[in-house]
Ligand binder design. Structure first.
Ligand SMILES: [Zn+2]
Length: 173
């Protein structure tokens, strides 16, 4: 594994701000929804083999799903920064809930879907929740609890999470 430089909190916050600004700009200009895709990485290193494999497979799955649903991707921006991989897509649709359902289906059924964080951002600039399409919240990678509560309570070590991610990658070829 090539070690990428570790990432500081300041860098992560700055990249989040930049991403949010880009999202606002695209929505403003086009009045269309966006798909924003990142990898759920743990620890300080956001750019490694696990993240890269997962990101490429996720990108492909999103493109394939859009093609299957006849959704045109009008614009693509792919960022490979030290703070992690980010994909932003502008989608030609007025049906954000169907788009959200299709993206949740990828997260739930793809062999690496549990590593994917695929947001659908509506023209009100807000990401749609899973509840808005009557889907349960995401579960943790390791146990059956809600992912958010495990992250907040730090229920699992970084080592444990990386091990689980590596197993998923190796099982998904
Ligand atoms: Zn857990």
């Amino acid at each position: 594994m090539h070690d990428a430089p570790g990432t500081s909190l300041a860098q992560i916050l700055f990249s989040r701000e930049q991403r949010a600004a880009k999202q606002r700009e695209w929505v403003n200009t086009h009045s269309l929804p966006l798909v924003s895709f990142t990898i759920n990485m743990v620890g300080a290193i956001k750019k490694n083999r696990i993240a890269k494999v997962a990101f490429n497979k996720g990108h492909q799955a999103i493109v394939d799903t859009c093609a299957r649903l006849n959704l045109t991707i009008l614009k693509t921006d792919r960022v490979e920064a030290d703070t992690g991989y980010e994909l932003l897509l502008l989608i030609d649709t007025s049906d954000v809930h169907s788009l959200k359902r299709a993206m949740v289906e990828i997260e739930e059924t793809h062999c690496l879907g549990r590593l994917f964080d695929i947001d659908v951002i509506g023209i009100d600039y807000h990401p749609l929740s899973r509840q808005s399409i009557d889907q349960p919240r995401r579960r943790c990678l390791i146990c059956e609890q809600e992912a958010k509560s495990c992250i907040r309570q730090q229920n699992h070590s970084v080592h444990q999470l990386i091990k689980k991610m590596t197993e998923l990658i190796n099982a998904c070829q």
